[in-house]
Write a protein that binds this ligand. Sequence first.
Ligand code: SF4
Length: 220
Amino acid sequence: MAAWVEATSSRARRTPRARCRTTATATTCCNEPDRDCARCPRLAAFRAQNRVAFPDFHNAPVPSEGGVCARILVVGLAPALKGGNRSGLPFRGDASGRWLRAALDRHGLGEDMVRITNAVRCVPPANRPTAAEVAACRPFLVGELSGPELRVALALGRVAHDAVFGALGLRGAAFGHGAVHALGRLTLVDSYHPSPQNTNTGRLTPAMFDAVFKTLKDLL
Ligand code: SF4
């Protein structure tokens, strides 16, 4: 199993490695936005600004990572300016990503089992997407949620939680760390986001995060 914390080529990591056991194919899920997607004018303007300020960064919608036959989908908020927006991979290159990927490795969850995405694919100013931007990016999350072998989604934070409900066309239930929501063929598990604001203050501890991953594995 490839370790998530090891730095590897983004191209290699985007390539699905597992064969789906169902007859459905990758074409039923996982459409990626265009590099210059303009559905969110504010985010497109921020992207243009960042292409000038940080020419070596990815500065485009950040594609999902992991196999299309994954059974677990991790849904974050949006790429961080110097995290996913720099590396071109979700949750790679910043403290939140290190927390998440270390937890995946601790629990033996490799890229054949897990896919990682964000509710909003483009970096928002101050890490705060608007409700309209979450809605505009919804079609891409809908695609991810149609993964042929997907069984469990992990929402990292309330925005991701609400985005999953919205993408499934369901009325939202309250977000709560460790809460489990049965949503038809899919089960949603909530967790606080592993942001430094949460992990540095003890709002989210390694033990709390490990308990969430134990729940995820029990649901597979
Ligand atoms: S956040 Fe999503 S919908 Fe909005 S511009 Fe980026 S890729 Fe397009």
